[in-house]
Design a protein around this ligand. Structure first.
Ligand code: PEP
Ligand code: MN
Length: 339
């Protein structure tokens, strides 16, 4: 339920409504608007009709049901788009198009430092790199784990770029949070509810990837798991879904961008690397995604893709990434964003 407060309702009225919501066994979630406040009452769907009685309280204008199964992620609760600050001055969902770039996996000090400098020089604002890798085969490289996290931290120290890296296992949340600026949830973990709940309790932004067979509603329900635990800094990432097509690794669902913009206030990031699987297809998908209204991109870049430990074929060489960034600035300008 959403409790819409009257224009000018005071603090006492707001506090009273919040108390009553708690008494009914729901969690109040206040959204401060420019002209009025609204309070989401979040909790068990059964029995929510008791909340209707709040309409009689002073300062309350109306009590309306939230129709979507996801609440905090929905535009019914918050119309204004959310921006997420991931480091001082690095804001996703504002006027700047945020580009996160780096290798699929951290492989060595030399590799991550070289890549970090290259992507920074090209205009990227966040460094990506996997230290824990969710590989389809148990025989594939699984990542450098904590050693990789330390190398990412070193790259941040050298370049000033904040880092985004994946947490695969709930037991590693604290460890990854010690080093990362943004916690990435991979496509394969989009419905790992234990992991999502833990990420909802920490004070770090989360980049939540859509699964290869996840509907948009399921995707938003996963975001809701994080939001409902208290962490409001959630970014959604479309990274391609599985279709019958084999020419690309996955199929980039570009239409997910306008659909998500209609349904949620959360920022939207596009990953054209995992979506296409081929470096040659990445630039055009970046341009198309910006045109469709994404807030940022996450792109795999490797100084020597031919020897990459993972995802070499889809990784851009730094020179190609640099060229792409120059062209991307033009597309960004068309949609009123800077790069
Ligand atoms: C990755 O970012 O390297 C990755 C494993 O992505 P996804 O979870 O989208 O497959
Ligand atoms: Mn990868």
């Amino acid at each position: 339920m959403i409790i819409v407060m009257r224009h000018g309702a005071g603090k006492e009225a707001l506090a009273e409504v919040k108390n009553r919501i708690r008494e009914y066994g729901y969690k109040p979630h206040v959204i401060h608007g420019e002209t009025r406040n609204v309070i989401g009452a979040i909790g068990d769907e059964r029995g929510k009709s008791v909340l209707q009685a709040l309409e009689s309280l002073p300062g309350v204008e109306s009590v309306v049901p939230i129709l979507k199964p996801y609440k905090l992620a929905s535009k019914e609760v918050k119309l204004q788009r959310t921006s997420v600050e991931i480091a001082p001055g690095v804001v996703v969902g504002g006027d700047q198009l945020i580009v996160m770039a780096g290798p699929c996996s951290v492989e060595s000090q030399e590799q991550i430092i070289e890549t970090a400098h290259a992507v920074k020089a090209a205009g990227a604002t966040v460094l990506r790199g996997g230290a824990f890798k969710p590989r389809s085969s148990p025989y594939s490289f699984q990542g450098m784990e904590e050693e990789g996290l330390k190398l990412l931290a070193l790259a941040r120290e050298e370049t000033g770029l904040p880092i985004v890296t994946e947490v695969v296992n709930p037991r590693d949340v604290d460890l990854v949070a010690k080093y990362a600026d943004v916690m990435q949830v991979g496509a394969r973990n989009v419905q790992n509810f234990a992991l999502l709940k833990m990420l909802g309790k920490i004070d770090k932004p989360v980049l939540l990837k859509r699964g290869m067979a996840t509907t948009i509603q399921e995707f938003l329900m996963s975001a809701e798991y994080i939001l409902s635990e208290g962490n409001q800094r959630v970014m959604l990432c479309e990274r391609g879904i599985r279709t019958f097509e084999t020419a690309t690794r996955n199929t980039l669902d570009i239409s997910a961008i306008p659909v998500l913009r209609e349904q949620t206030h959360l920022p939207i990031i596009i990953d054209p690397s995992h979506a296409t699987g081929h470096a040659s297809l990445v630039p055009s998908m970046c341009y198309a995604s910006v045109a469709a209204g994404c807030d940022g991109l996450i792109v795999e870049v490797h100084p020597h893709p031919e020897v990459a430990a993972s995802d070499g074929p889809q990784s851009l060489r730094p020179e190609v990434f640099t060229e792409m960034m120059a062209k991307l600035a033009e597309f960004a300008a068309v949609v009123g964003k800077t790069l």
